[in-house]
Design a binder for this molecule. Sequence first.
Ligand SMILES: Cc1cc2nc3c(=O)[nH]c(=O)nc-3n(C[C@H](O)[C@H](O)[C@H](O)COP(=O)(O)OP(=O)(O)OC[C@H]3O[C@@H](n4cnc5c(N)ncnc54)[C@H](O)[C@@H]3O)c2cc1C
Length: 402
Amino acid sequence: MSSTDFDIITIGGGLGGASLAKVMAEHGAQVLVLESETTFKDRVRGEAMVSWGVNEAKELGIYSNLRDAGGWDVEFLEVSLEAGKPVRRQLRSTTNPSEPRFNFYHPDIQESLLQAASDAGAVIQRGARVRHLRLGDSHVVVATVAGVEKEFTARLVVGADGRYSRARGWGGFQVSENPESTFCAGLLFQGMTAPDDTTHNFRIFEKSLNALLFPQRSGMVRAYLCYPMAWGEQLSADKDIRRFINWSVEAGTPKGYFEGAVPAGPLASFKSASTWVEHPYRDGVALIGDAAGATDPMWGQGLSLTLRDVRVLRDHLLGEWDWAKSGHAYAEEHDRYFTVCNTVQAWHERLLVETGQEANALRARVFQLWQLDPTRRLDTFASGPDHLIDESVRRRFFGEDW
Ligand SMILES: Cc1cc2nc3c(=O)[nH]c(=O)nc-3n(C[C@H](O)[C@H](O)[C@H](O)COP(=O)(O)OP(=O)(O)OC[C@H]3O[C@@H](n4cnc5c(N)ncnc54)[C@H](O)[C@@H]3O)c2cc1C
């Protein structure tokens, strides 16, 4: 093997690429991570992992890395609808697996996981922007490293380059997308007085406004605001911070939480429609994480799905010498659990995001039925996508069987 010849090359060293590099290097694979950033900064990415993702992190053996990078447990979730009394849920005792949420600062976990991958024996090339992929018996990945074009070859190339993945195009994958209706804006605050042990969700149906607060200890809080695209405003940069706060308060966030709080990062907003690839493996290229499928950030599934991808791909690669078979087996599983998340997300959007009289009537009926029989609602977003979704489940969810 020449110095540029690897078993696996990951395009991207985010949560997906770095975790896969670590776990495969631990099993003796020669892994190269090509990551374009030399230092990680706040890109307004996921920092709140739901309970089923915590279990994935433990299964992968990266949980201690996330904790060492400042990750910490958030035991409670409070949901306040229509500025009403919040409903408080203790996550550890009500989720399967029994785990709380886990929050962290995204740039810190990226650093920590790349270091862990390097410690496990993976080669990490920072400042390496992948430009192209030539598919053949051994794939050639072309990257610019410190201004110089270099080529690296591998048996398996893994596209782990995020929600705007170019690896998808180079690998010949088709991207599907849900219709877009919402922007999701995010901003990190310091000096916020929201409690440290609770994730907050405030929702006003009439305006289709949804505000979320993810505490990161000592007054640091990642705040998100989801609002209709029809408003024609994509909040970004300092000029829009006042509007971000005002709309968050309109959604029900107590005004007092923002008093004395100052921004500690950039304000950015994203189109929140899901994008995904059917069967994210072909001809020696596998896609993982957001490159394979990115759900609407409002439902907080991205980090957990990324770790599920890493675990499933790892298990198939370790269990089968023929990596084409492993890739197809991974892709089949991906299609199943991603479809569950995406479908349950669409059902929740119909129920919680749509406005108007019909939507109000649907909510009134469904919430009443859910109170009578809580098993009608689905706990996918907290407990994971390992359940059936068929017509009978859908009818029970919407109370159409009543
Ligand atoms: C606003 C917002 C809020 C979110 N909130 C949550 C949340 O609360 N909970 C949750 O679970 N998820 C959330 N997510 C989703 C979560 O951030 C993603 O699912 C997760 O970061 C995906 O990890 P990844 O490794 O696939 O991609 P990324 O984290 O995007 O990493 C991709 C990496 O690839 C590198 N890269 C890209 N192109 C190239 C190239 N050509 N060459 C070399 N390197 C390249 C990038 O620099 C980056 O480091 C949110 C997302 C957004 C946008």
